[in-house]
Each structure stands twice: as structure tokens, then as C-alpha cells.
Ligand binder design. Structure first.
Ligand code: CP3
Length: 304
């Protein structure tokens, strides 16, 4: 059991650091990024840690600076000549090297899906225009992103992560022919080239179970659109399933969280290959006691 975006604004110790440092400083300073990675593990003892970074840092080797304005969507600016992944993202490797010896649970590295990264680079409008009128140009961009992302996954594996999650958050909004053309082939290349087990995450993944399973990742992460039990039945048994309490379900009360967790975890009892998680990232205003109730109910569910 672990949570998506388990490091972040719902934690007082993270907010305290954020008062002193910008998000960019946190990402770019290995000592600080390592500290943030460990915060949720120290407080909640999750079964896995996830590297504190962002899917958009992959744009740095391509020559862009990523800005994370408060309360707004991130945006990019072309600022420098492209450089190697190993040099421009060395600070992530350093973060991983610092964190790893301090952990007694696995460490998850990650990247964005090429479609989702391209969507942040181009913006939604330009993305739609390129899909319609410049598909070859879009494919060229997706190929470039896939190449650097593969190198980035190699780098993370080399310095010691144990698994890799690929976040293609926006690809589930594509209609099937567009998903098949602009997302799936690039995900397949990443999974094929990854030196470690991969977890695929996509909002709305339950629409594309067969397609995602055809890439043969180690696991697929699902949101709450369908029940986990149905998704377990539809997903080939050699692929684990991850999810799928809705992040908003953690905003209610301890009693509600216990009830929802009982339903989820109870329904999966005896099923193989199940990673308890949320359907998407934890919300910043999530009460800590509700996170604790989610964990406790999952781990100490009475038998029967
Ligand atoms: O604990 C973890 O999960 C590890 C760190 C992590 C972050 N971003 C840190 C972060 C991970 C795995 C991500 C992935 C990510 N980043 C995705 C894919 C997952 C998803 O949520 O769909 C996407 C689409 C992004 C892009 C991104 N980064 C956006 C849209 C934003 C701004 C919106 C927001 O949530 O504030 C970010 C900033 C960001 N990345 C924060 C964190 C903790 C916000 C932190 C802050 O403001 O202090």
C-alpha cells in the first residue's frame, strides 16, 4: 500500500518546508527532495516510497525550464540548448542515491507518459491542432520525448529504484483511435525498454484495460470508475492491479473512510496482485487522521 502524491501539501512537515523553499528548489536540491521523499514514510510507514520529483522535469534535457506557479497549471519556457539526461537530471539521481540507504521499503521511480508530457509542453489547444493537422510533427515530438524518457528510466534504475510508474494522466481522455495512435505505442516502447517492473497509471484506465494489458506492464493503476473486483477479473492475472479509492473519499470522516476501505479491501480478499492506492493523487486538504484510517483499515482488516 502506498498513495499517489503521498509526499506533498496534505503533510504539515511538507508545508513547513514549502514556506522556506519554492517547489523548484525542493525538486532541484537532492538533500531537500530526499527529505520530502522520506516524510510520508516516517509518518505513515507506507509499503513503498516514491521519489519526490515531477513528470515535467524530463523537459529540461530538451531545453526547457518548467515553472510551477502557485495554484496554476505548470508551464514551460525554452531557455537553453538541449543536454544529456545524465547531466541535466543528475540531481534526481543524487536524490535517489541519498534516499535509498535510508529506506527499508522499495523506492518507486517514475516518469510521465509521452502524450501527457507533450500535452503540458504544447498546451491543450495546440495539442488538438497538431493531432488534426500536423500528426507527423506530433509523432516526431513524441519520439523525442520517448527517447529521453527511456534514458531517464535507465538512470533511475541504475541508481537504485525498485520499480517505475509511468503517469500518462491525460491519455485516457483520447478517443480510442487517437489513444491507439498517440499514447499506446509510446507507452509500449517505455515498458519494453524499462529495466524494472512498471506500473501504468492513466486517469480512466478502465476504458482501455485490454490495450494497456497488451503492453504487459507489471501493474495497471485504476481510478474509481469501476470496482476493483471487476477490474481484477478483466485484467490478466499476471498483471497486478492498483487503486482505487477516490481521493475525495479521504475528505470525509474517519468512519466513512473505514467503511469505504472495508468495501474496497474486503472485496479483494483472496485476490492475487492487488496494490492498495488511490485512483489519483491525494488532495491537499486531506485530513491526516483519514489517511491513517485508510492505512489502518487496510492493514488490520479482521479476517472473515
Ligand atoms: O509523492 C509523489 O507522488 C511524488 C511526487 C510527484 C509530484 N508530481 C510532485 C508534485 C509525482 C509522482 C507527480 C506526478 C505528476 N506531476 C503528474 C502525474 C500524476 C497526476 O497527478 O496526474 C502530473 C500531471 C504532474 C504535473 C504537475 N505537477 C501539476 C499539474 C502540478 C500542479 C498542480 C498541483 O498538483 O499543484 C504539479 C506540481 C507538483 N508536483 C506538486 C507536487 C507535490 C505540488 C506541490 C506544491 O505546490 O508544493
Amino acid at each position: 500500500m502506498w498513495l499517489m502524491r503521498q509526499a506533498g501539501r496534505y503533510l504539515p512537515e511538507y508545508r513547513e518546508l514549502r514556506q522556506r523553499y519554492s517547489l523548484r528548489e525542493l525538486f532541484h536540491t537532492p538533500e531537500l527532495a530526499a527529505k520530502v521523499t522520506l516524510q510520508p514514510i516516517e509518518r505513515f510507514h507506507f509499503d513503498a516510497a516514491i521519489v519526490f520529483s515531477d513528470i515535467l522535469v524530463i523537459l529540461e534535457p530538451l531545453g526547457y525550464t518548467v515553472h510551477f506557479p502557485e495554484g496554476k497549471s505548470p508551464y514551460v519556457e525554452e531557455t537553453h540548448t538541449p543536454g544529456s539526461v545524465n547531466n541535466t537530471l543528475e540531481y534526481v539521481a543524487k536524490t535517489i542515491a541519498l534516499v535509498k540507504p535510508q529506506l527499508d521499503v522499495p523506492l518507486i521511480g517514475f516518469c510521465g507518459g509521452p502524450y501527457t508530457v507533450a500535452r503540458y509542453l504544447l498546451g491543450q489547444e495546440t495539442m488538438m491542432r497538431w493531432i488534426e493537422s500536423q500528426p507527423q510533427q506530433l509523432h516526431a515530438l513524441l519520439r523525442r520525448i520517448t527517447t529521453v524518457t527511456s534514458e531517464y528510466l535507465q538512470l533511475q534504475a541504475h541508481v537504485g529504484v525498485n520499480a517505475l510508474q509511468i503517469f500518462d494522466s491525460w491519455a485516457g481522455l483520447l478517443a480510442k483511435p487517437l489513444f491507439d495512435e498517440f499514447s499506446l505505442p509510446y507507452l509500449r516502447q517505455l515498458v519494453d525498454a524499462a529495466p524494472l517492473p512498471t506500473i501504468l497509471f492513466m486517469r480512466g484506465a478502465s476504458q482501455y484495460v485490454q490495450e494497456l494489458a497488451s503492453i504487459k506492464p507489471a501493474a495497471i493503476s485504476f481510478d474509481g470508475q469501476r470496482t476493483m473486483k471487476q477490474l481484477r477479473e478483466e485484467t490478466p492475472l499476471e498483471i497486478a492491479v492498483q487503486g482505487n479509492l477516490e481521493p475525495a473519499d479521504l475528505l470525509s470522516s474517519v468512519a466513512e473512510v473505514q467503511k469505504k476501505t472495508h468495501v474496497l479491501v474486503g472485496s479483494m480478499r483472496g485476490e492475487p496482485g492487488f496494490i492498495v492506492n488511490l485512483g489519483h493523487g491525494i488532495l491537499p486538504n486531506t485530513p491526516l487522521e483519514n489517511v491513517q484510517a485508510f492505512i489502518d483499515t487496510t492493514k488490520f482488516l479482521p479476517p472473515g
